[in-house]
Design a protein around this ligand. Structure first.
Ligand code: UDX
Length: 449
């Protein structure tokens, strides 16, 4: 069976490469000639561990192809996955223009029966709309439309593709053909006893949003509990363990941090609230999760200046004036170069506004470049480096925002000599408070007195 995947972004490229790794013949299609050329030349335009080796292995085996010629790719394929971007518009609605344009092109280019699989995250009822467009403009071609949302985490996308907890497939209720086709596509997973859920188009679309909304809720919840632990002198690490051992809660996604970010949680939670309002059934919990998360992130800057004022026993209003602050971690989490909605994009401008001289560290060059590009006009003095010691050198305060391994394994006893003062504010709870104090540091973290 020949598969084509339209859109070679994070989802499309991992999906295409993953299917070729499973033995399918795959044609990855993108309108961006530069992107296709660079992938063919062996440089993957996205930061995703182990993706480059899967792409090169399957490219050389002849199972994985890349082209900008959408019509040719469509004609050669039996199953077409659409994985184009559905970015957020100003009020949380999804921009479906790319999806609709590709759908019209697919309708026009299709010469015989096709199974069209919507991999992009789309608001509920979009797949049914796609179905109508294909029937209307498809010159009588038979189309089976399937919703097949992805659950890939940035930085772990290849692993998540190869080891899914479940596969969700939404089809029109009368569409047995689509189910048979998709069973063939996902046969290797069935052998691994991966649960495949067959449901309706709408249910499949809503599973994607509600999964992300629930995960975001867990993150916002544990951050609120961490703040409460700070207020009452409890310990968030022990609290997370104490609730996580209840198998109805589960211990994953209970790590406190600077607030969730990335390209999905913020977009998908907001989109879900908009869809729910439009359906006249508002989702109040998710609305408050969004508010809780953004106020958590906004409070971080004040927490740094208050802590420093306490350490230096000065007024918190001017505690950061002229101080050098080393911010470790610019991306929204470890193992990615994505800075979208990262805590760094909120806290660094705040610290600079308080008069601090801020230097950022990220182990991935593209993350530092994205950050300085995005903020070159608003905070021109900010510098970002990929060398840790350069950033730590002479710092009055060190602020930890992501859990990169290079950050987690810092030997603070050794680093003490290059810092100007021993203050570490750790918003990922990476380090042991007793050890940090033993090394002579003023150390603050989340929910650990
Ligand atoms: C998420 C979903 O996990 C994935 O299934 C979906 O397809 C896309 O969105 P991603 O956005 O890559 O993936 O990041 P994820 O690893 O889920 O983390 C999301 C945010 O929550 C990050 O900012 C992360 O730092 C934060 N987080 C996560 C925590 O603060 N604590 C946790 O315990 C887990």
């Amino acid at each position: 069976m020949i598969i084509s995947v339209i859109g070679t972004g994070h989802v499309g490229l991992v999906t295409g490469a993953g299917f070729s790794e499973m033995g399918h013949t795959v044609i990855c299609i993108d309108q961006n000639q530069d992107k296709i050329t660079s992938i063919i030349d062996g440089s993957i335009p996205i930061y995703e561990p182990s993706l480059d080796e899967i792409v090169s292995r399957n490219k050389s085996s002849g199972r994985l192809h890349f082209t900008t010629d959408l019509a040719e790719g469509i004609c050669l394929s039996d199953v077409i996955f659409i994985a184009v971007d559905t970015p957020q518009l100003s009020h949380g609605q999804s921009d479906l223009s790319q999806l609709e344009s590709v759908t019209h092109q697919v309708a026009k280019a299709s010469n015989n029966k096709k199974t069209i699989v919507i991999k992009s995250t789309v608001p509920v009822s979009t797949c049914r709309r796609i179905d109508r467009i294909l029937r209307k403009y498809g010159n009588g071609t038979v189309f089976n439309v399937v919703s097949n949302p992805e659950f890939l985490r940035e930085g772990k996308a290849v692993y998540d593709f190869m080891n899914p907890d479940r596969i969700v497939l939404g089809t029109r209720s009368d569409d047995k053909d689509a189910k048979r086709t998709m069973m063939k596509i996902y046969e290797p997973f069935e052998k691994d006893h991966v649960e495949i859920i067959y449901t309706t188009l709408e249910t499949s679309e809503l599973i994607k949003y509600s999964a992300n909304a629930f995960l975001a809720t867990k993150v916002a919840f544990i951050n609120e509990m961490a703040n409460l632990c700070d207020a009452v002198g409890a310990n968030i690490t022990e609290l997370a363990r104490g609730i996580g051992l209840d198998n109805r809660i589960g211990s994953s996604f209970l790590k406190p941090g600077p607030g969730y970010g990335g390209s999905c949680f913020p977009k998908d939670t907001l989109s879900l609230t908009v869809q729910a309002q439009e359906a006249n059934c508002p989702v109040r919990i998710i609305e408050s999760v969004i508010n809780s998360n953004s106020s958590h992130i906004r409070r971080l800057g004040r927490r740094v200046s208050d802590f420093c004022a306490e350490c230096w026993n000065i007024d918190c209003k001017s505690s950061l004036l002229g101080k050098k602050i080393a911010v470790l971690g610019l991306s929204f989490k470890a193992n990615t170069d994505d800075i979208r909605s990262a805590a760094s994009t909120v806290i660094i401008p705040f610290l600079i506004k308080q008069g601090a001289k801020v230097m950022g560290f990220d182990p991935v060059l593209s993350a530092t470049e994205k950050f300085t590009d995005q903020f070159q006009d608003t905070i021109p003095t900010f510098e970002a480096k990929t060398d840790l010691d350069t950033v730590l050198w002479g710092a009055d305060v060190v602020l930890v925002l992501t859990e990169w391994e290079e950050i987690a394994k810092i030997d603070w006893l050794k680093k003490r000599s290059i810092l100007n003062s021993p203050i570490v504010v750790d918003f990922r709870n990476l380090f042991n408070p007793d050890l940090m104090r033993k090394y002579g540091y003023h150390y603050a973290s989340l929910g650990r007195p």
